[in-house]
Write a protein that binds this ligand. Structure first.
Ligand SMILES: [Ca+2]
Length: 378
């Protein structure tokens, strides 16, 4: 097994413990109260790196950010959520009606400049910047799990590495590398930086990091339903945020991968990796880069069958995600939803920039193509 999988195992073993204590049936937050076991499970995930005081350091809410600067108001309403075309995957069904309250949403993905200000004011240290504290981590592992080589425990994150030739797309370890020194300030590793890249979306942030930023800013992550309502921009039954036209019509509609993934990027849209925010046209709500550029974390846990819980409902009211996570591809890993696709997406691989396309990852994972944006209530 490659190292990348060993690390996935280490990082996600706490989710395994959590998962083992919960049922796999779909339970919505709207219809069920957390029982004591689930509540304990959610709150009792030890800090893998032993930084127990960090959450106290960013309790200061930046009021200027909370005043909805750079956000747009999205009026509440009803819409149909989920797969509505032949590209949709099984976890996007059934298509179901949802009603939401109105909310503010950031016009752009959170940028390096914005995240730097958060870090400067709070001293926040992201997941990817921390070495693994073995004494903490081993408490979450099966008894007698051997300590890995100390090199393996150094701070690291996942970076994209193009392959020399076309590969089997079912094995993502071929283009993802566990890179020491990769973090939001060094997205591709220690030899990279974000100097002069203030307007690029911050990446290499975990779901935990994104939540910390949101809390500081007086905001929150969008629910998956809010995100899909927003990406549709007020249009009905459209495949993409710009409508139903092909992605390469009228110039390029978003930042994605042209050519053969992951070996040959033609860069016809001018951006090999992430693009500065607002490089492409906004959608009907004035939101930029909802499609492509970087994946965006949502607040919801991921469950592949979550939408089936709405099958007999006329309309779901402000859904906030399932109580438990389940991904049949990795059944022992608890995951959070991410949406919108990235600069690595194309039709042959994931077409993640479709409005209803769903993606997921464990909440402590940071990657080179994952960022976020915030929402706020009135
Ligand atoms: Ca591109």
């Amino acid at each position: 097994m490659k190292k990348i999988f060993f690390f996935f195992f280490l990082f996600l073993i706490n989710d395994l413990i959590c998962f083992a204590q919960t049922k796999k049936s779909i339970q919505t937050k709207d219809s069920l109260e957390c029982n004591k076991k689930q509540s304990c499970c959610n709150k009792n995930i030890p800090k893998r790196f032993g930084n127990a005081n960090q959450t106290d350091s960013f309790s200061l809410i930046n009021l200027s950010n909370a005043e909805h600067v750079g956000m747009v108001w999205i009026a509440g309403g009803k819409f149909f959520m989920g797969g509505d075309n032949d590209q949709a995957r099984s976890d996007e069904f059934p298509n179901h009606q949802v009603e939401l309250n109105g909310f503010y949403m950031d016009q752009t993905e959170v940028t390096n400049k914005q995240f730097a200000r958060f870090v400067a004011e709070t001293g926040y240290i992201t997941t990817a910047e921390k070495d693994v504290d073995w004494n903490e981590l081993k408490k979450q592992l099966p008894e007698n799990t051997p300590m890995p080589d100390s090199e393996m425990l150094k701070a690291a994150s996942l970076v994209f590495v193009s392959t020399p030739e076309a590969v089997n797309l079912s094995d993502y370890s071929q283009w993802w590398k566990w890179q020491h020194g990769a973090n939001w300030k060094h997205p591709q590793g220690p030899d990279s930086d974000i100097i002069g890249k203030d307007d690029l979306p911050v990446v290499q942030v975990s779901w935990d990091d994104a939540n910390a930023y949101c809390k500081w800013a007086g905001k929150r992550l969008p629910t998956e339903a809010e995100w899909e309502y927003a990406v549709r921009g007020g249009a009905k039954k459209t495949v993409y945020s710009w409508g139903n036209a092909p992605i390469d019509s009228n110039g390029f509609q978003c930042n994605y991968w042209q050519g053969s993934f992951p070996n040959s990027n033609l860069v016809e849209d001018k951006f090999y990796l992430a693009a500065p925010v607002k490089s492409f046209k906004p959608n009907g709500y004035g939101l930029y880069d909802m499609s492509g550029n970087v994946w965006e974390w949502c607040s919801d846990l991921y469950h592949h069958d979550y939408y089936k819980s709405f099958e007999k409902m006329k309309c779901a009211n402000n859904p906030k995600g399932p109580i438990t996570s389940f991904d049949p591809d990795e059944p022992l890993v608890s995951k959070r939803v991410m949406r919108g696709g990235s600069f690595l997406c194309n039709e042959s691989y994931c077409s993640g920039y479709r409005n209803s396309s769903r993606m997921k990852s464990s909440q402590d994972t940071g990657m080179e193509h994952v960022g976020f944006r915030c929402v706020a209530d009135k």
